[in-house]
Design a protein. Sequence first.
Lengths: 153, 736
Amino acid sequence: MKKPILALALTLPFLAPVMAEARPVRITTTLNAYGGDGAYLAIYVTDKAGKLQQTIHIAGGKAKYHKHLAGWFRQSGGRIDGTTGASVGAGKTLTVSAEIADALIDAGFEIRVDSAVEKESDVPADARIPLAKGNVGTPAAGRGYVKSIAISM
Amino acid sequence: MLRQWHALPGLFLALLLAITAGTGAILAGQAALDAATAPVVTAEALPLGQLTQRITGEIASVEKITRTPSGRVRVTHLENGRPHSVFVDATSGKMIAVDTASPSMRFITNLHRAWLNGDGGRLVAGLLALAMLVLGITGLLMLRRSFGGWAALLQPFRGSGMRRWHLELGRIAVAGLLLSSVTGLHMSLVGFEIVPDGASPDIFVSASGEAARPFEQLEGLATVSLADLREMTLPDPADASDPILIRTHDFTRLVDPATGQILREDRHSFLWHVRDIAYRLHTAEGMLGLAMALAISAVGGVILSLTGLVIGLKKRLSGSQIRANAPVATAEILLLYGSEGGTTIRFAKALHQALVAAGRRVHLASMNDLPRQSPANMMILLAATAGNGEAPASASRFFEKLGQWQGSLPELAVVGFGDRQFPDFCGYANAIEAACRARGLQLVLPTERIDRQSVEAFSGWTQRLAAHLGLSLALSFDAAARAGQRFRLVAREDFGAEVQAPTAVLRFRPVPHFRWLPERLQAALGGLPRFEPGDLVAIAPPDDARLRFYSIASSSSSGELEICVRHQPGGACSGYLCGLMPGAEITAAIRANPAFRPDEKAPSLILIGAGAGIAPLVGFVRLARAGRPVHLYWGGRHPRSDFLFRDELEAARNEGRLTRLRTIFSRITGGGYVQDLIAQDAAELRAMIAAGGQILICGGCDMAEGVRQSLLAALAPLGLDLSTLRQSGRLLEDVY
C-alpha cells in the first residue's frame, strides 16, 4: 500500500525540475443543522484501510480537543501537516483547497472527515469520498454531523 | 477596605451575576428534577459486555454508552446522519425514552457557561465565578465584623428593608454560592489550561484488526460493572483497528474488540479526580439534595445581586459615601458615630470634612466598626440615644468592641445627641463616657450634650475641639447639605405684611439627581427625598454655613415640599427664602423628625400652634384618619392679614376632617393669644387628655411657654403634670 508514496518519495528529488505532479483539489464539507455548538473537523487523506497519508485541514482551534478527532488523531498524534481554521457551525459549509499529489488520485485513496462536537459525539470517519476524478460532482453523504462531502479538481 | 471589595464588584457586575445565578438556578433545578425522576439501578444489573450486546442488538450504529450520574443509561447513536441520544433499560437494553436536550436548556447552559460566545464568554463566566467568590468571602467577613463572631450569624438580625433582605439571604445562600463559585472557577481554570485537567497522555493504541467478537465474550469488558461505568465508546465500524474505550471512576481502558485483551489502562490521576469532583459538585447531576440546595442558593444569588445593586445605587444616589476617609492603619483620629436615624452621621461627616480640610488623617466609621487597635492618638465619639438611653443601631456592639480594644489609649471626646424632652437626655452618651473612662481613656473635652440636633451647640463644641487640637476648623453644613437635594420653588403665597409679620407659604418640587431617570424609579432608588409632615428641612442661605430648620407641612407622596417661613427682621435665611421667586432653586436636606408625629393610637389629637408653627399641624390635619377627632388651636395677628391656610382649614372643618378649628388673633379688639383659648377650653381639653388624647405643639418659645402654663392649669385637677405626658409620648413639642 505504501508503494506509490514510496516510489514518489524516491523519484521526487530526481524529477523535480520537470514535474508538476500535484494538483489543487477543492473539498467542500457541509454539516447537518444539528443545532449544537460548532463541530471540530479533521479532513485527511487515507488509503482504503484508513491509513493516514496527508492531513489537509483541521477545523477547531483548541489542540486539547483534537484527540476527539479520533481516527485522525490516533495516527497523527495530533501533528498537523495541513492547514488549520475555526470550528464549523451547525448547517455551515467549509471549503478547503489543498495540493494533492497526482499519485494519490485515482489510485484507491480517499478523503475522510472525522467530526466531534463538544459534550456530544465523536464521529471518526464521519464522511468518506474516494479521490477519483469520476467523483467530481457527485457528493458523498456523511454518517454523523457531516451532511455531505464533495470534491472538485 | 473590605466594604469596597464587596461593593465595587457587586455594583459593576450585579446584573451579570444575576444572570449567571439565574441560569445556574434553572440548571440546578433541572438537575434536581432529573435526579428525582431517575430510575433506581438494581445491584443485579447485567455485566457490561452482556448489556452492550443487548443494546447493540436493539439499536443500530451505537457510538457511545454513558451512565449518567443519576443512574440512567444513555446510548448515543447515529441515525439518519445525525447523532441521537436515547435512554435504555439497564437490563433489557431496550429504549425507554428519547434524550431530548431542548433548545431552551441548551441556550441556558450556553448562557451560563459562555455567554453564548465562545472563549470570550468563557473568560467572562470565569471572572464572574471569581467575583462571586470574592463577594461571598467579603460578605461573610463583613457579617462577622458587624455581628461579632460567627455564632452571631445564626441569630436573628435587626434592620429592615433591602439591607435586611440582603443579609438574611446572604447567610442562607452563601455556602451554596461559595461552592458553585469555587467549582466553577476550577472548571474555568481547567478550561483555559491554567490548571491541568489530569487526563492521561494521549497515546492511542491500535487493535489487532481481526474480526470483532460479541461484546459479552470480551474479557476486557467482563471486569467492569455498570455501576462503575462512566462512558464507553464503541469502535468505528469502518476501522477494524479502532479499540473500545471504557472510562470508569478509576481508570480509562482500551480493549481490543476482537481479542478482548486490555490494550492499555491508565488509572486516573489526582488532578483528574479533583476536576471530576469539581464538575460533579458544580452540576450536582444525580444528587437530588445538592441540586436542590444549589438551586435555592442560586435563586438567593439572583436576589442578592439585585438587592446589592439597589443598596449600592442608593448609597451613591444619596451621596452618603465618605470622601477622603483615612484607613484605620494610618489614621491620626478615629471619628466614630452611633446613629439611629442618620442625623448623627451627618454631623460626623461635617466634622470629618472639617478635620480633613485642616490636614488631619481621620478614619470615620460607625461605633460598631471600632477596630481592635489603631495608631490614632484621638478618638471622637458622636452618639445618638435610642429610646430610653439605649444604644443606637450603629453602636449596638460598641461596648463589646471596646472590651476588645488592644491599642494604646487615645485621647477621648464624646458628643451626645438627644432631646431634652425625654427623661434620660443623652443617656447613651453618658453610658459610653462612663465605659470609656473605666477602660482608662482620658476625656480631653467635657462631654457635650446636644439638644435636638442643635447646629449652634455642635459648632460651639467644634471650636473647643479646634482649640484643643490647635487647628482652625470650619464646619460646613452647607457642604453636607450640598450632597442632599435640589428643590425648585413652584408657588408662594404671602401673608401678614400689614401686621408686621410677613410670612410666606412656599411650595417646592424636588429636582431629581439624574433628570433623565423616570421619577418613579428615582423614588424607588431613594433618589428623591421622603418626608412626612412634621419632618424638618435644613436650609442654609448662600455664603452662610449655618443651617436653619423648617417644619414641613406636606408629605413627599404629594410631590411637593411645603414650608411656612416667617421673615424675621434681619434674618439671613428667612430673608433669603422670602426673597425667592417661583423657578428659583435651593439646596436643602431633609431631617427626619419621628419624635414629632401624631400617635396613630391616640383617640383624639389636640394641635396647638401660632404663626408659622401652623405648618406641621396643617399637615397632620391633612393626614388625619377619618373619624378621629382633631382639634386645632391656632393664634395669629389679624384674620384679614395672616390667617395662614385659612381656606384649607375651613374646608377641612366643613368636611368634618377637622373637628374643631379654634383661632384667636392678637391685633383685633377683644383678641388674644392661643394660650387664652386653652384656658377657655380647659374643661373640654382635660376630658380629652384624660381619655388618652395627644397634644402636639409647634411654634415659638414664648407661645410654647404660655401654652404650657395654660395646660398645666387645665390639667391640675387630674393630678397630671407635663413631664408625665411627655414621657408617655402624649405631649410632643416642636419649638423654636
